[in-house]
Design a protein around this ligand. Structure first.
Ligand code: G16
Length: 543
């Protein structure tokens, strides 16, 4: 076996976005593309000589090939050990857990999350740091810089490594340890939650559906809900991970998990429904006849931490991304806790969790999590909800009504305009930025604007500043509209418009969100000239 040093040239566009580098799969499969980026990760973190890493992905098309390349490159670059999920599989939260538990120097996670998979669809790769979380901006910038000056990469010339069986083997001097991708994660969940109480819930006939959308959480969900907690076979749907996720988008929202939503809205719906995404870090929560927005979900979790043994009495702070609704802030205020507002991207929670300033975090983009790992965690959120339902002995709908009665309701919706022309999208954001100063005091759809700004974040722990993180427009009465461009798409641009309004009167808590928000939706269109600038009258997705 020999080490080859391959001469290469920088490839444009290897700039990590909101969560790692995401491109069309065929782009990753072009000569040197993956290799250049992997070597840039290695160089950007100061080399891998003598270091230990976790490696795995969500099983999407090209996962198997990429794992082999990364193993051969890690060995050629002098890594000491790679801890790999069997068959190259690991959910994102499971990888985060392993990085922390095994005290490694970080990990490489292969996923494009909720984006579809397949030769014509998306692939992605991200580096997680030793705390288990996504690399912060300073590191992603160093990786990007390395990609801009790369002239060679090192790779071992050898056949494929067998990673289909548990155990240890060697590649050059590097040890490869193949582990069960599910085991450590299930053990962590058992530490956090009262599995006896959850078993009793199912033993009493509680009904649930979990849709794994043919993505990575299938085996994890089977092991937890059906094997460990005794839920009947068939509780977990679409449990077999497929390289193309069965042709769908592994995105747990009312569009891509429509059949689950339809079942939950039907007459004989189970009591609880949930879904997760491609790599297992996102979640969707449903009850019989009710969809819980991610912003409400994290608020309900935050309000009920004392119902879960591992959180009782030790939670003192929350964090949410800026576009997430202020429902979480209301819980924090009532409990006299801190609530941090960060830019979009789980990486911004890392310092807050590490410094124990926040213990529960959430994002409107279906991400909820805590300090148990440093990624958002879909199944963790589902188990938290199950624990709430088991303790309160209430339906999801009753939990929500009670929560809104106590804290008020933040009506919320996100409108996505996908695949739009990048120039038009940048033009829209630029024009909005230019008119920020003149917005306060003006009225749109009968609502007065009280403030408008471009969001920037100063990290209270390391003092770093993140600028240009989206435009916020505030209205009287607690209304808000936020505009930003997605950092996870792979074709054109995606404009996200986040609309929120506060209602304290319980007699008005039963409205349909699109209807409750109609005035602000109209205002958002006028302020940003959406239809005029991008030529669309309707968003592609409303969550
Ligand atoms: C990633 C990040 C999240 C972020 C989401 C949406 O999620 O980890 O923190 O909220 O993207 O980002 P954007 O609005 O820029 O598309 P995931 O699940 O895709 O890794």
């Amino acid at each position: 076996m020999t080490i080859h040093t391959i001469h290469t040239k920088p490839i444009d566009g290897q700039k990590p976005g909101t969560s790692g580098l995401r491109k069309k799969t065929h782009v990753f499969m072009e000569p040197h593309y993956l290799e250049n980026f992997v070597q840039s990760i290695f160089d950007g973190i100061g080399g891998v000589n003598g270091k230990i890493f976790v490696l795995g992905g969500d099983g999407r098309y090209f996962n198997d090939r990429a794992v082999q390349v990364i193993l051969r490159m890690a060995a050629a670059n002098g890594a000491k050990r790679m801890i790999v999920g069997r068959d190259g599989l690991l959910s994102t939260p499971a990888a985060s857990n392993l990085i922390r538990k095994r005290k490694t120097d970080g990990g490489i996670v292969l996923s494009a999350s909720h984006n579809p998979g397949g030769p014509e669809e998306d692939f992605g790769i991200k580096f997680n740091v030793p705390n288990g979380g996504p690399a912060p901006e300073a590191i992603t910038s160093a990786i990007y810089e390395a990609s801009g000056s790369i002239s060679e990469y090192r790779i071992a010339i050898t056949g494929d490594v067998d990673i289909s069986c548990l155990g240890k083997s060697k590649l050059l001097d590097m040890e490869i340890e193949v582990i069960d991708p599910v085991e450590d994660y299930v053990a962590l969940m058992e530490e956090l939650y009262d599995f006896d109480a959850l078993r009793a819930l199912f033993a009493n006939g509680f009904t649930m559906r979990f849709d794994a959308l043919h993505a990575i959480t299938g085996p994890y969900a089977k092991a937890i809900f059906e094997d460990a907690l005794g839920a009947p076979d068939g509780t977990v749907l679409n449990a077999v991970p497929l390289p193309d996720f069965g042709g769908g988008h592994p995105d747990p929202n009312p569009i891509w998990a429509k059949s689950l939503v339809d079942e939950m809205m039907s007459g004989d719906a189970p009591e609880f429904g949930a879904a997760s995404d491609g790599d297992g870090d996102r979640n969707m929560i449903l009850g019989r006849g009710v969809y819980v927005t991610p912003s409400d979900s994290v608020a309900v979790i935050a309000a009920n931490t004392d119902l879960v043994k591992s959180y009782k009495g030790r939670v003192k702070g929350f964090a949410r991304s800026m576009p997430t609704s202020a429902a979480l802030d209301r819980v924090a205020e009532a409990q006299n806790f801190d609530c941090y507002e960060t830019p979009t991207g789980w990486k911004f929670f890392g310092n807050l969790l590490d410094s124990d300033r926040a213990q529960i975090c959430g994002e409107e983009s279906a991400g909820t999590g805590s300090d148990h790992v440093r990624e958002k965690d879909g199944l963790w959120a589902v188990l938290f909800w199950l624990s709430i339902l088991a303790a309160k002995r209430q339906s999801v709908s009753d939990v929500m009504q009670e929560h809104w009665r106590k804290y008020g309701r933040n009506y919320y919706s996100r409108h996505d305009y996908e695949g739009i022309d990048s120039e038009a999208a940048n033009g829209l954001m630029g024009a909005l930025t230019d008119k920020l100063a003149e917005l306060p005091g003006t009225e749109y759809s009968g609502r007065k604007i009280t403030a408008a700004d471009e969001f920037a974040y100063d990290d209270p722990v390391d003092g770093s500043r993140a600028e240009s993180q989206g435009i916020r427009v505030f209205f009287d009465g607690g209304g808000r509209v936020v505009f930003r461009l997605s950092g996870t798409g792979t074709s054109g641009a995606t404009l996200r418009v986040y609309i929120e309004d506060f209602e304290s009167d319980p007699s008005k808590h039963d409205r349909e969100p699109q209807e409750a928000l109609a005035g602000l939706i109209e205002a958002a269109d006028s302020i940003a000239e959406i239809s005029k600038r991008i030529g669309r009258n309707e968003p592609d997705i409303r969550t």
